[in-house]
Ligand binder design. Structure first.
Ligand code: SF4
Ligand code: SF4
Length: 341
């Protein structure tokens, strides 16, 4: 829902950044280091990369950290004492420069973390994040957001979405939530009346490459197809695709013990790992890589839309860019449509 539309000049972005910084918020933005652009905490506007197509890692780490302490415990002669998660320890954060596919990813994560159990830690983090999205003026051959229900100017998941109106042009600011409105309120002098009605001409061209509803119907018929083995022959099971993905939410719970005390942490996991579904008995219901690959596709394009009414992929293309074995998600999804049952 668009609450309001404004214009902000390119030169005013730094001022907006500084207003948010002064508002005592931690700011995470795309910053390049060692040849990779990733979301990092920064207080320097000058180090933010603005022309990137996609960061190496998604922004999900801000709402769903790679490793996160859930509780501390201590065993003593009276039993076990437990100190749980402290909501007060979670800071207010601005996620600056998020592409629409990542913003949509946060929204999909929220569907996962609120399906049958409301995850308090995730929800607390999300409630303290303001997403400042930036539309895409450029895309590459890995991007397929329009096939995944999004688009280079998609507003879902952003609190405010900025679209540059041509190279060196002003930015259209679409205010999408109360958090977005709050930004305009604290920096009202930087925003001015909008006279531009259509942002479409300034967005990247990302052609639709497949119909996700048709794909979903097809997936119901090809569980036993040989296409899974054929597609996954190259897959190393390294899990890189899940770690860079804005919507992958599988995690493991582990105790780090030091004598009688320790902490319980949750950390990212991947359905691509051979140990992922290994039972204590030694039995593994997904014992070969083709079954794990099938699970990845089925989960995102069949099980999630069935159970949560959202698809588990934003078409960001990161998994294909990151894969050391050159597994291309878009190509595989297109070829599944031709697979025999
Ligand atoms: S990144 Fe590539 S090789 Fe690694 S698990 Fe994913 S698909 Fe397989
Ligand atoms: S599955 Fe691949 S293309 Fe889809 S959201 Fe995850 S990383 Fe992006």
């Amino acid at each position: 829902m668009i609450i309001d539309k404004w214009l902000i000049s390119k030169d005013s972005l730094e001022k907006l950044f500084n207003v948010l910084k002064k508002d005592s918020k931690k700011i995470y933005a795309p910053v390049g280091r060692n040849g990779k652009i990733s979301f990092r905490e920064t207080d320097r506007f000058g180090e933010i990369d603005t022309g990137y197509i996609q960061t190496a890692q998604s922004s999900k780490e801000v709402v769903f950290p790679r490793t996160e302490k859930i509780l501390d415990y201590n065993k003593n002669k009276d039993g076990v004492s437990v100190k749980g998660f402290d909501p007060g320890s979670i800071p207010e954060v601005v996620l600056w420069g998020v592409r629409p596919c990542d913003a949509m990813g946060i929204w999909k994560l929220s569907a996962i973390f609120n399906w049958d159990f409301k995850d308090e830690i995730f929800n607390t983090r999300l409630s303290r994040v303001t997403v400042v999205g930036f539309s895409c003026a450029r895309a590459d051959e890995y991007c397929f957001c329009t096939s995944a229900g999004g688009g280079p100017g998609n507003t879902e998941g952003s609190d405010i979405l900025l679209t540059q109106l041509g190279e060196n042009g002003d930015y259209l600011a679409e205010i999408l939530t109360e958090k977005g409105s709050a930004i305009v309120t604290i920096a009202s002098e930087l925003f001015r009346e909008n006279t531009v009605l259509n942002k479409e001409q300034f967005l990247a061209d990302v052609p639709v490459r497949f119909d996700r509803e048709e794909l979903r119907v097809k997936l119901e018929k090809i569980f036993e197809s040989g296409c899974w083995t054929k597609q996954s022959l190259r897959c190393l099971g390294c899990g890189a695709c899940a770690y860079v993905c804005p919507t992958c939410a599988c995690f493991d719970i582990q105790d780090e013990a030091h004598g009688g005390s320790g902490m319980r942490v949750r950390c990212w996991d991947s359905c691509g790992f051979s140990l992922f579904t290994l039972h204590t008995s030694g039995h593994n219901p997904r014992e070969v890589q083709s079954q794990r690959w099938r699970q990845r596709i089925m989960h995102k394009f069949s099980y999630m839309p069935d159970r949560l009414s959202v698809y588990g992929c934003t078409g960001c293309g990161r998994c294909s860019r990151a894969c050391p074995a050159d597994m291309n998600m878009l190509e595989h999804l297109i070829s599944i449509q031709e697979a025999e049952a």
